[in-house]
Design a protein around this ligand. Structure first.
Ligand code: NAP
Ligand code: MG
Length: 408
């Protein structure tokens, strides 16, 4: 009789919406529960339940991650006006990811899954390029306005300690134009740098940080200096992990990344991370192969797929049509969380299970079983694609085989 592997401490599970909610249940029932004896602390972040609880469930889930250290999250709807109508919401609730991120004060790392027969568009890339996006401030928390006609735009700083106000002229407008003010904080940049260092230490990768300090001597220079200070403070640990730090001009970083074999953590300022993560994800193949983890400066982890709820596929599914939705990034959210849980609990059996499940997923695709998004880019080409559930069933069969050999 097969015995389940015991997971020592609880794992926070956050359910979500639409097609990914369907996939979530399949993963849990076919790939997780038959193999693990696990205490899942379940939070339903599905749109209806967030609305019923005035979104308190999201805050409770984030607090649970703080308590237990590791969570795994399904993709969720961020409502807009259309969604408010579609789901009869009482209000346009905030993005759950934004809420969780602000409670954990974390940095998001996006890492592609490398599979031999799904070659990246950049032929030289052999290893994952992990992007860390500093998700606070800059243009995302700006004040901006259109200038209607001639006038002077200034920055004024009134110190809380009193004294004279400092005023700097941004521009003397002779006619219409536009102006923007933005900021960042030392605390936020420092915790960003620290999260990146934590990540590089566990994953044993180099850190590249790019900014434009030649042009923005104060603003970008501030980021560069704080990063350098934090790296200096962790110099010994980084050296032991074999992880090197490189500062580059952002345009040089872009060129070097494209020419590289990959394998580095690319730390990006907010806007750069927003843009570059989409470029890197696309170049690695499919959104279905991109994973995402939120790491807080004090070492709490939340894993998820980088893609959304795959709404278009869900609408097909609801009409009763078959779908071929890629579950790999969602499966890797589970394995990432389980591996971390296993490391934190010092339970190699759990870490081993996570590794085995990842290997089986990769091997399944390498054996030619894959969903449609991958079939379109596979090399060598494959003749047909697996439906959503067929792919998960193929992985489940691989897992059962693995367990049999383990127990022999
Ligand atoms: P999406 O779910 O990322 O999907 C966009 C398109 O990308 C899909 O229609 C599909 O293309 C392809 N795709 C993405 N993931 C795939 C997968 N696993 N397998 C196969 N194809 C995949 O974005 P969306 O449909 O624009 O957004 C839907 C909802 O997701 C929105 O309400 C948004 O708020 C939410 N969202 C949530 C998160 C999160 O929770 N982290 C992130 C982003 C978006 P084809 O249709 O061409 O097959
Ligand atoms: Mg983006």
């Amino acid at each position: 009789m097969a015995t389940a592997i015991t997971v020592k401490n609880p794992l926070v599970e956050m359910d979500g919406d639409e097609m990914t909610r369907i996939i979530w249940r399949l993963i849990k029932e076919k790939l997780i529960l038959p193999f693990l004896d696990i205490d899942l602390r379940y939070y339903d972040l599905g749109m209806a339940h967030r609305d019923e609880t005035d979104d308190r469930v999201t805050v409770e889930a984030a607090n649970a991650i703080k308590e237990f250290g590791v969570g795994v999250k399904c993709a969720t709807i961020t409502p807009n006006a259309a969604r408010v109508k579609e789901y009869h919401l009482r209000q346009e609730w905030k993005s759950p990811n934004g809420t969780i991120r602000s409670i954990l004060d974390g940095t998001v790392f996006r890492k592609p899954i490398i599979i031999r027969n799904i070659p990246p568009l950049i032929r030289k890339w052999k290893k994952p390029i992990i992007i860390a996006r500093h998700a606070y401030g800059d243009i995302y928390k700006n004040t901006e306005l259109v200038v209607e006609g001639p006038g002077t735009a200034e920055i004024v700083l009134a110190s809380a300690e009193g004294g004279e106000k400092k005023t700097f002229v941004i521009h003397d407008f002779r006619g219409p134009g536009v102006v923007m003010g933005m900021h960042n904080t030392e605390t936020s940049v420092r915790s960003f740098a620290r999260s990146c260092i934590n990540y590089a230490l566990t994953e044993k990768v180099d850190i590249w940080f790019g900014a434009k300090d030649t042009i923005s001597k104060q603003y970008h220079g501030f980021f560069r200096d704080i990063f350098a200070e934090e790296v200096e403070r962790s110099k010994d640990a980084l050296e032991r992990a074999g992880s090197r730090y490189r500062y580059l001009l952002i345009d040089d970083a872009v060129a070097q990344v494209i020419k590289s074999e990959g394998g580095m953590l690319w730390a990006c300022m907010n806007y750069d991370g927003d843009v570059m993560s989409d470029m890197v994800a696309t170049a690695f193949g499919s959104l279905g192969l991109m994973t995402s983890v939120l790491v807080s400066p004090d070492g709490k982890y939340e894993f998820e797929a980088a893609h959304g709820t795959v709404m278009r596929h869900y609408y097909e599914h609801r009409k009763g049509n078959p779908t071929s939705t890629n579950s790999i990034a969602s499966i890797f959210a589970w394995t990432g969380a389980l591996a971390r849980r296993g490391e934190m609990d010092s339970t190699p059996g759990v870490t081993g299970f996570a590794k085995a499940l990842e290997d089986i997923v990769v091997r399944t695709v390498e054996n030619g079983v894959m969903t449609k998004d991958l079939m379109l880019i596979a090399d060598p080409a494959v003749g047909n694609f697996a439906l959503t559930e067929e792919f998960i069933d193929a992985v489940a069969a691989g897992l059962r085989e693995w367990r049999e050999t383990e127990e022999r």
